[in-house]
Design a binder for this molecule. Structure first.
Ligand code: UDP
Ligand code: MG
Length: 327
């Protein structure tokens, strides 16, 4: 029996596009995305643009787009909640037999979605894009991403595919699993890996950002990386314990050494260097360990507050919204 919903002719596809201050790229991006629908014959499309609290003309553009095209739906947030949350809101709102996550900046070529749909029809539940090349991105971004994904895989209990972004197709059963995962610090690509099902890695060439600038400054990248590691591994806690054990082991050696010096020799005052090293080393280990523990406790605290994941300000172009207006 197939598990991947009703793939094939007549199936409906939800395309989810998170947008944060993307007014420069949206005219070209929306045209190419909507054009995709004409090329994928036999599928019914809906386009869910999530305006993640943009402060530029993004919302105005999306409003006009929704007016012109009734396949376009727009969710607007009350403020900027971040990429992963915007994607999650799009998934929650999707009604299709499958959902596709794609960036607004045309770095993920919309045409690749056609190949994803083929794989879906063959029976896969998740088709994720693997970046073969990443032109137009800095050495720092590429290098740090490379190290991050390899480190994450070392630490994580579920294997998370290397060099993979959120560009992916997910069948309805997978979408339903994601919707049941309430965590606040979201690392969507890991959550999909965790969900399992039949997954297919589709290599593709990543393109350059068409216009505008990256919305992922270093601060957000670090936050994202720590969400990925802390959400999918508790090994850093074990590492803190091991560091503590190592420091204690060295301390015991040091204690015996100090006692031996005191009892059997007359050299006491010397050893300032050893003392400094010990104090600094233990201090460092303690601070690092506290920081690691703090990361986890902070997240436990965030989860216990049970705040909603995001706040929708307006829903535009959704069938239910139209019904409300008519009533
Ligand atoms: N994005 C978002 N909220 C944010 C940051 C980014 O919705 O707070 C969107 C952004 O509009 C784009 C996607 O997430 O569609 C990926 O962002 P970007 O291209 O800036 O990241 P990069 O490709 O540089 O890693
Ligand atoms: Mg980008």
């Amino acid at each position: 029996m197939r598990t991947n919903g009703t793939a094939g002719v007549g199936a409906s596809v939800s395309i989810v596009v998170p947008c944060f201050n993307e007014e420069e790229v949206l005219p070209a991006a929306s045209e190419r995305l909507l054009g995709l629908a004409d090329r994928a014959k036999g599928y019914e499309f809906e386009f869910i643009f999530v305006d993640d609290g943009s402060s530029d003309g993004t919302l105005g553009f999306l409003r006009r787009l929704a007016d012109k095209d009734d396949r376009v739906r727009v969710l607007t947030f009350s403020r900027n909640f971040g990429h992963q949350i915007a994607v999650s809101a799009g998934i929650d709102a999707a009604t299709g037999d499958c959902a596709v996550l794609i960036d607004a900046d045309l770095q993920d070529p919309p045409e690749v979605v056609l190949r994803m749909l083929e794989k879906w029809r063959e029976g896969f539940d998740v088709v994720y894009g693997v970046r073969e090349s990443r032109p137009g991105e800095t050495h720092f971004k590429r290098g740090s991403a490379r190290i991050f994904y390899r480190l994450l895989n070392r630490l994580s209990d579920v294997p998370i595919p290397l060099d993979t972004g959120d560009f992916r197709l997910m069948s309805r059963p997978v979408v339903e699993v994601l919707k049941t995962m309430p965590e606040k610090h979201r690392f969507v690509r890991g959550m999909v890996a965790w969900a399992g099902f039949r997954q297919y890695a589709l290599p593709y060439e990543r393109e350059e950002r068409r216009a505008g600038v990256s919305k992922y400054p270093l601060r957000k990248m670090i936050q994202f990386a720590s969400d990925g590691i802390v959400s999918f591994s508790s090994k850093p806690l074990r590492l803190a314990t091991n560091l503590g054990l190592l420091a204690s082991g060295l301390a015991i050696v040091g204690i015996f050494y100090a006692l031996a010096m005191r009892i059997f020799t007359s050299i006491w005052v010397e050893g300032w260097t050893a003392l400094m090293i010990a104090v600094l080393f233990i201090g460092g280990v303690q601070l690092i360990s506290l920081g690691v523990i703090g990361e986890y406790i902070g997240r436990v605290y965030e989860e216990t507050k049970k705040r909603p994941l995001y706040i929708v300000r307006e829903r535009i172009g959704f069938p239910d919204a139209a019904a409300e207006q008519d009533a």
